[in-house]
Ligand binder design. Sequence first.
Ligand code: SF4
Ligand code: FES
Length: 339
Amino acid sequence: MAVEQLEKFTVTIDGIPVQVEPGTSILNAARQIGGDIVPPAMCYYSTLEGSGGKCRTCLVKVSKGSEKDPRPMPKLVASCRTNVMDGMEVQNITSTEVLDARKSIVEMLLINHPLDCPVCDQAGECKLQDLSYEHGVEQTRYEFERRTFERIDIGDKIQLHMNRCILCYRCVYVANQLTEGRQHGVMYRGDHAEISTFIEKAVDNDFIGNVIDVCPVGALTDKTFRFKSRVWFTKPVDAHRDCPTCSGQVTLWYKGEEVLRVTGRKDEYNEVHDFICNTCRFDKKRTSDWVLDEPTKLDKESVITANHYNTFQPIPVIKNNPELQEANEEQLARTERLK
Ligand code: SF4
Ligand code: FES
């Protein structure tokens, strides 16, 4: 029997039309278009079931509900949790209302998140840092004492620093969906909410290390990497090994010849392609453990690409100026070698 083809829906986001399967969220429709019009997402994670709907950073304006019912939606909606309708029109960066709301959300997230980027291991790859840079305001209006917590060691390899947690629930979903049994959660509610210490019991599981990769901020960090290097001084290289537990597809983060840390391979939205096991992550830190593939492709905007280890792109003025060419001789030679 022929499989019935579902008719696609057309949705227009910031004036750009795209055709998507029914049941696609606005966020994923925007990701199919790509570029600046994709709303930021701090809690949604496409491979974690039930994620999204917590942080509100992905709010958008639906200016036309659908072809059948063109009324606009009365409030901004979370694009990760709202599905498209045929003929829907959505505004993200073209709506000042959305940009204003995003500014307020960042302000709220930062109420209980310390601006300790200079000493935080997540600096350089923290989504909240990017968000604050793009939408934050210079000053806080908050005068009350911030909530603070003691650091908790979740086993010998992971540290939880609740001060930085934005309660996105991603780590809870990882522990829930990749480990056996429900031994974790968010305790208390509202201002008192915190990640339950029950999560400490889940460290026995082979996949619990993935909470580090999914945490959008520096609340869950790798104790085998903490304070060893700023991330932009490291050079990520994709590698693989024949692992009996996971796909073995990882990124090795080198400093010199030393592998400082191992993570899952992440896409442009900072989501890992495959969750990796603890053995690959914590116990395989020698190059000889791996087959190297190629330098990890990074977003050109990322601070990690600042060291240009991949290729040196001489700016036009260098090409036209013999003195500058001489000064950059070494880099130019490297570029030629890498071509
Ligand atoms: S610890 Fe990280 S991943 Fe877990 S809820 Fe907090 S911010 Fe999200
Ligand atoms: S990403 Fe949509 S609410 Fe957090």
